[in-house]
Design a protein around this ligand. Structure first.
Ligand code: 5RP
Length: 213
């Protein structure tokens, strides 16, 4: 079961990784919300943030933290984000909040990815949490059929439209023994915008509550 106290501790502990003058990449979700609150306390020490979602942007704006576009910010030193699952190699499933594409872009642009989770997210094998895939709407059925060929059970997250105007398919039933290969394979399919597997670019640091693993 998810643990709000551990999420808060992790969000607060991530502040230790923020350097003076930084532009901080900011993820999305309830754990990140604690991080943004803590970031507000030191907002005079940073230049601002690059946000991965409209949800995080709204919170950053409300707390008076300047939000910059990634194009204006350039390479980032730090990205802080949550996850839905994390394996012992710091490979992740993300996208429960449907923000996976922008999250993946910012993670790729950042020198250090600090992942903040509670202990319920730690797994030995990825895949119990259904794997989110963002798709171009016209490719939904095509991708569903491809996923079935690969042994997964696709479920359309009906009614959800991402910040990019796309749809989400959640794939159930995969035990992901080789996440790097699966991520690469899925990335080849036309119509997939991003896969919620963060294995080719895993986290660099994982904070479970205030404990670094
Ligand atoms: C959003 C995400 C989140 O990081 C993930 O869903 C974890 O969320 P929370 O911190 O609320 O448990 O990937 O797309």
């Amino acid at each position: 079961m998810s643990n709000a106290n551990e999420k808060r501790l992790a969000g607060e502990a991530a502040i230790r990784h923020v350097e003076d003058g930084a532009i901080v990449g900011v993820g999305t979700g309830s754990t990140v919300a604690f991080f943004i609150n803590a970031l507000a306390d030191i907002k005079d020490r940073i230049q601002g943030a690059v946000s991965s979602s409209e949800q995080s942007t709204a919170q950053l704006n409300k707390l008076g933290i300047p939000v910059l576009s990634l194009n204006d910010a350039g390479p980032l030193t730090l990205y802080v984000d949550g996850a839905d699952e994390c394996d012992p190699h710091k490979r992740l499933i993300k996208g429960g909040g449907a923000a996976l594409t922008r999250e993946k872009i910012i993670a790729a642009a950042s020198a250090k990815f600090v992942c903040i989770i509670d202990s319920s997210k730690q797994v030995d094998l990825l895949g119990k949490f259904p794997l989110p895939i963002e798709v171009i709407p016209m490719a939904r059925s095509l991708i569903g059929r491809e996923v079935v060929k690969l042994g997964g059970q696709p479920v359309w997250r009906d009614g959800v439209v991402t910040d990019n105007g796309n749809w989400i398919i959640d794939v159930h039933g995969w035990q992901i023994t080789d996440p790097v290969s699966l991520e690469s394979q899925l990335n080849q399919l036309p119509g997939i915008v991003a896969v919620g597997l963060f294995a080719r670019r895993p986290a660099d640091v994982v904070l479970v509550g205030d404990r670094e693993i």
